[in-house]
Write a protein that binds this ligand. Structure first.
Ligand SMILES: *[C@@H]1O[C@H](CO)[C@@H](O)[C@H](O)[C@H]1NC(C)=O
Ligand SMILES: *[C@@H]1O[C@H](CO)[C@@H](O)[C@H](O)[C@H]1NC(C)=O
Ligand SMILES: [Ca+2]
Length: 468
C-alpha cells in the first residue's frame, strides 16, 4: 500500500489505514495500544506522514521479535530517534542486513548491543563490530538477452570508424553477418552481409582505418574482402591459395613490430597452416608452419614480450612456436607435455602469469600455468563432454572460463583469485556451442555464444547487488 504520493496523502479512508499500517510496520505496538486505548488519535492534526515521523517517535523497540532481518530504510526519516532496541532477535547477518551495519555506524541513536545468530561464521558476532567490507554483496550473472534464429561458428567483434561491430559466421547460409549497435534503440541490428558458401570463419582486421575481412570457407576457397567506404559495401579483393588452405578451421590476427599478419589453421591432411603478411596492398603468404598435421586451432600470444603461436592438432600434442627476430619467422620452441587430443588452446593472464585453457572433446579439459621455457604446471581439470571450446574471458575484472559441451550444459567458471583457480559459477543451455565472445558496447557487456546446431545466443553480463 502506498501511503504518500508526491508528498500528498491518499484520501482519508486510506489515511487511517496508513497510520495503522505505519505503526504496525515499525512494530510500534506500544504506541498503537496507547493511542487507541486513550482515543488519543489526532488524525486531523497529522498533515502528512513526514509530519508524523517528526513526532515523538524517539524510542523504538523491535526487541524480542525473533526477527532474522529488517527491511531496509525502516528507520529512514526518523532523524529524531534517540533509542533503538533490537535485542532478542535472531539476526541473519547476510547482505540483506548490510544496510543495518552501515546505519549503526552513522546513527546518533543509542542502540543496545545486538549479535548475529547466523550464518555460522558470524554466530555470536556483535553486529556493530562488523563493517560494510565484511559483506561481499556484489555478484554477476549471464542473463539471457536475445537469441538469433540461425546457426553459427565464429563470432568476432571489432571497432571500425568509432563504432563497435559483431560479425558472425553462418555455415549453412554461407554468410558473414555483420551486426551494429543501435545507440538509440539500444539493440543490435543488421549492418551488412558477405554471402558465400559453407562459411566457417569471418575474421575482421582493421589496418590504417580500413576494414578487411578474411572469409574462410570449406568449399569454394577462402577470400579477403575490403569495406569500400564510397560504395558502402564489401568487395572481394583477394583469393587465398587453395593449395595451402584446404580445410580452414581457425584464424587469428596479430601485429609484430608494425606489421600485420593473420594465420589460418588448416585441418586437412594435405593442408598447411600458413601465416599471411600485409604488404600495403594485399596479404601474401609469409610462412607455412605446419604441414600434414590437421591443425584445429591456433593461438597467438606474447610471452616475455616475445610473440608465440600455439598450434593444436588432432594428431599430436600442442606445439609452441616462438618468433625469431632475425629470420622474421616462427620457429618451433617446445610442446605442451602430457596432453593428447587437445582441440584448442586459449590463454589468459593473471597479473604477469600466463595460463592456458586446453579444450578436449572427451575426458578432461585442463587449465595449466606456463612457468617459462618448457615448464608447465597443471592447475585443474574440468570434465569435458563433447567440448569444442573452452574460452577464457575477462569482463570488468571478473575472469571467467566457459566450457562448451555438445552433450550437456555449458559450464561457466569464475576465477577465484584467493584459490588461484576456477570455481563453478553458472550453467548455460546452448546447443553445440563453438565460440564465446565478449562484446562491450555503451558500458554494457554481452556474451555471444555461437551454436552449430541451434540458435545463436546473446547473454548480458549483469551485476547484482544482493544488499539492495
Ligand atoms: C549526529 O550528530 C551530529 C552532531 O550533532 C550531526 O552533525 C549529524 O548530522 C548527526 N547524524 C545523524 C545521522 O543524524
Ligand atoms: C543480411 O541477411 C539477412 C538475413 O539473413 C537479411 O535479413 C538482411 O536484410 C541482409 N542484409 C543486407 C544488408 O543485405
Ligand atoms: Ca584460436
Amino acid at each position: 500500500m502506498q501511503c504518500a504520493k508526491n508528498g500528498q496523502l491518499q484520501p482519508f479512508l486510506h489515511f487511517a489505514q496508513c497510520i495503522l499500517l505505519y505503526l504496525l510496520m515499525f512494530g510500534a505496538t506500544d504506541l498503537l495500544h496507547h493511542y487507541f486505548k486513550t482515543g488519543n488519535v489526532y488524525l486531523e492534526s497529522l498533515i502528512s506522514i513526514q509530519a508524523m515521523e517528526k513526532l515523538s517517535l524517539q524510542y523504538r523497540s523491535l526487541a524480542n521479535n525473533n526477527l532474522q532481518s529488517l527491511p531496509k530504510d525502516v528507520f529512514k526519516g526518523l532523524d529524531s530517534l534517540t533509542n533503538v532496541d533490537l535485542r532478542g532477535n535472531a539476526f541473519h547477518c547476510d547482505c540483506k542486513l548490510k544496510w543495518l551495519v552501515e546505519w549503526l555506524d552513522k546513527t546518533n541513536a543509542t542502540v543496545e548491543q545486538i549479535h548475529c545468530e547466523s550464518p555460522p561464521e558470524y554466530k555470536g558476532r556483535k553486529i556493530n563490530s562488523l563493517t560494510a567490507k565484511d559483506f561481499d554483496c556484489i555478484t554477476t550473472e549471464f542473463a539471457a538477452y536475445k537469441s538469433l534464429p540461425y546457426q553459427s561458428l565464429s563470432v568476432d567483434t571489432f571497432t571500425y570508424m568509432n563504432d563497435e561491430y559483431v560479425v558472425i559466421a553462418q555455415p549453412f547460409t554461407g554468410k558473414c553477418m555483420f551486426l551494429e549497435w543501435d545507440h538509440v534503440e539500444m539493440s543490435f541490428r543488421n549492418y551488412d552481409n558477405i554471402t558465400g558458401t559453407s562459411t566457417v570463419v569471418c575474421k575482421p582486421i582493421v589496418i590504417e582505418k580500413q576494414l578487411y575481412v578474411i572469409v574462410a570457407q570449406l568449399f569454394g576457397g577462402s577470400h579477403i574482402y575490403k569495406r569500400d567506404i564510397f560504395a558502402n559495401k564489401f568487395i572481394k579483393i583477394q583469393d587465398i591459395e587453395i593449395l595451402k588452405i584446404r580445410k580452414p578451421n581457425d584464424i587469428e590476427t596479430f601485429r609484430i613490430e608494425e606489421n600485420w599478419y593473420f594465420v589460418v589453421a588448416d585441418s586437412s591432411k594435405a593442408g598447411f597452416t600458413t601465416i599471411y603478411k600485409w604488404n600495403g596492398n594485399g596479404f601474401y603468404s609469409h610462412q607455412s608452419v605446419h604441414a600434414w598435421y590437421r591443425d584445429t586451432d591456433v593461438e597467438y600470444l606474447e610471452l616475455t614480450n616475445k610473440p608465440h603461436l600455439i598450434l593444436s592438432s588432432s594428431s599430436q600434442r600442442p606445439i609452441i612456436y616462438q618468433w625469431n627476430k632475425k629470420s622474421n619467422e616462427f620457429a618451433k620452441h617446445t610442446e605442451i607435455p602430457d596432453t593428447e587430443d587437445v582441440y584448442a588452446v586459449k590463454h589468459f593472464t593473471v597479473k604477469d602469469d600466463v595460463y592456458l585453457c586446453l579444450t578436449r572433446f572427451i575426458g578432461d579439459s585442463r587449465v595449466i600455468k606456463w612457468e617459462g621455457g618448457s615448464d608447465f604446471r597443471e592447475i585443474q581439470r574440468m570434465p569435458s563432454r563433447g567440448s569444442m571450446v573452452f574460452q577464457p574471458i575477462e569482463i570488468n575484472n571478473h575472469k571467467y572460463a566457459i566450457l562448451g559441451s555438445d552433450y550437456s550444459f555449458t559450464q561457466v567458471y569464475h576465477w577465484d583469485s584467493e584459490k588461484g583457480m576456477f570455481v563453478k559459477f553458472q550453467e548455460l543451455n546452448i546447443q553445440a556451442p563453438r565460440s564465446f565472445t565478449h562484446v562491450s558496447i555503451d558500458k554494457r557487456d554481452f556474451l555471444f555464444a555461437s551454436s552449430f546446431k541451434g540458435t545463436t545466443q546473446i547473454y548480458e553480463h549483469v551485476i547484482i547487488d544482493l544488499s539492495a
